[in-house]
Design a protein around this ligand. Structure first.
Ligand SMILES: [Zn+2]
Length: 475
């Protein structure tokens, strides 16, 4: 019901604009959304129904055939023939450099026995669509496919080419997808701007409250810590026991994390988040985390770590001990034990200083701390400009479709945007409207009941259309 009122309001607005501006440029063609909705849902469900956990070829073939039917030029390029990439392109007048949209064909694997609805059924239930990939990333892909089809059918004149890259291997084998395309076919995807997953539109208590647009991401580094001691018979305990020393070292990371480090992106994120926070306690934590007083910031980081761990991770470089190895017989004291730390650095982190900080926190000469795989690292990548056309257009599109503020965000994980950003492409991550309550209840990305509200999927299709047409339509 609310949605219907919203539609009526939009139509009225469009009419008003057309009448109020006689002699101005003709109103650009708008899709007939009532007709588009079932078609968009059909594309979305079709994509989910492909099991693309290990081979994307059937899904890629289906997509290529769809573009062929619509008269949209598309090519297929693969490093592994079972795991191809599809690149579709609408050609503009060349006045501006292209816009690239990324969406991935693959998903993470499933344990089908844990799912209420079969994971590749795209079942509609209670206003949701369930299935692996429902919010990672078949919602993005379906919306972008629909946008391309609409731009083509409505014959919308474009100032720039619009390219859609449907990638394979995003979940852990990006050499097959973005890696292959960048190494062998960069000319086909070279662009001024790119749009991909990585943002969120956040609903809380049934209301869309704000949208996040990803403009930068953390840098993943493995750190290996090694404890060395004297080996011996297990019947004679030694104070140098390597496993005990390693255990003490690893134990630090339930109470210690590197210092809070806020940059322009996260500063603006937390300040804006404070203005839309659901509770005064949350608002105080978001305000305090950006405080110049390190004690105030550290206390806020502690609160966030206990209550909103993702936000704590955004506020600093994070350290998570995820692998622990040592010992081989119950009666032998081993001379060595190792643990692997998953370190996610904020972009401004100094790796050498970080290593020194971790070493000092462990404070044990028997334990050595090193980057796994040596000191080599990713180049420093600047964030997408917050005052640039791409981000401000996303802000305007969020305002038009959702009527909510946009928060620039930093992913705590890596996306396929980083190699493009490293090549100078300005990129943003966007995402459909998801319930905050869903994320910790197994309905989120990679969860056993991954789902998306149908109404939010349809709004996201419109958001996509709004964003892409604002960026590419001829003026
Ligand atoms: Zn994804």
């Amino acid at each position: 019901m609310a949605r219907r009122r919203h539609l009526v309001a939009l139509c009225a607005l469009a009419l008003t604009t057309a009448v109020a501006a006689p002699g101005a440029q003709p109103k650009p063609a708008q899709p007939d959304w009532a007709a588009v909705e079932p078609e968009a849902l059909g594309i979305y469900q079709s994509l989910i129904r492909f099991d693309s956990t290990a081979a994307e070829k059937p899904e890629a073939d289906w997509l290529k055939a769809l573009f062929d039917r619509e008269g949209i030029p598309a090519q297929v390029h693969a490093l592994d023939p079972q795991r191809p990439n599809v690149v579709a392109r609408l050609t503009g007048n060349g006045r501006k450099r292209p816009l690239l949209i990324l969406g991935h064909l693959d998903t993470v694997t499933v344990d089908a026995s844990k799912w209420t609805f079969p994971p590749f059924s795209a079942t509609r239930d209670g206003g949701f669509v369930y299935g692996r990939g429902a919010i990672d990333d078949k919602d993005n892909l379906a919306s972008a496919v629909m946008t391309l089809i609409l731009l083509k059918r409505l014959n919308v004149p474009l100032d720039r080419d619009v390219i859609l890259l449907a990638e394979s291997g995003e979940e852990g084998q990006s050499n097959l997808g973005i890696g292959h395309m960048m190494a062998e076919h960069y000319g086909l995807i070279d662009a001024e701007y790119c749009i991909a997953e990585g943002g969120d539109t956040i609903r809380e208590k049934g209301q869309v409250r704000y949208a996040t647009v990803q403009v930068i991401e953390k840098i993943s580094r493995g750190v290996e810590i090694t404890a060395k001691g004297i080996s011996g018979h297990g019947s004679v305990p030694l104070t140098s026991n390597a496993i005990a020393h390693l255990g003490n070292a690893v134990g630090k990371f339930i109470s210690w994390q590197p210092d809070v480090k806020i940059d322009e992106t996260t500063g603006r994120y937390f300040r804006r988040l404070a203005t839309v926070a659901a509770s005064p306690e949350q608002a105080a934590a978001y305000r305090d985390i950006v405080s110049p007083d390190p004690k105030v910031a550290a206390a806020a980081a502690d609160w966030l770590w206990r209550n909103e761990p993702r936000h704590a991770s955004m506020a600093r470089t994070s350290v998570s001990p995820n692998i622990f190895t040592g010992g081989y017989r119950s009666n032998v004291i081993p001379s060595e034990a190792k643990a692997r730390l998953d370190v996610r650095m904020v972009p401004s982190e100094d790796p050498a200083a970080l290593l020194a900080q971790i070493t000092k926190a462990i404070n044990d000469p028997a334990v050595d701390v090193q980057f796994a795989g040596g000191a080599g690292t990713r180049p420093a990548i600047p964030p997408t400009r917050l005052d640039g056309e791409l981000f401000t257009t996303a802000e305007a599109a969020n305002q038009a479709i959702y009527g909510v503020p946009t928060l620039p965000s930093m992913s705590t994980y890596a996306t396929d945007m980083w190699p493009l950003r490293a090549n100078g492409v300005q990129c943003i991550g966007i995402g459909a409207g998801v319930d905050l309550e869903d994320q910790s209840a197994g309905y989120g990305m990679h969860g056993d009941q991954e789902r998306l509200r149908e109404s939010e999927f349809q709004r996201f299709v419109r958001f996509n259309w709004e964003l892409v047409s604002r960026l590419a339509r001829a003026r």
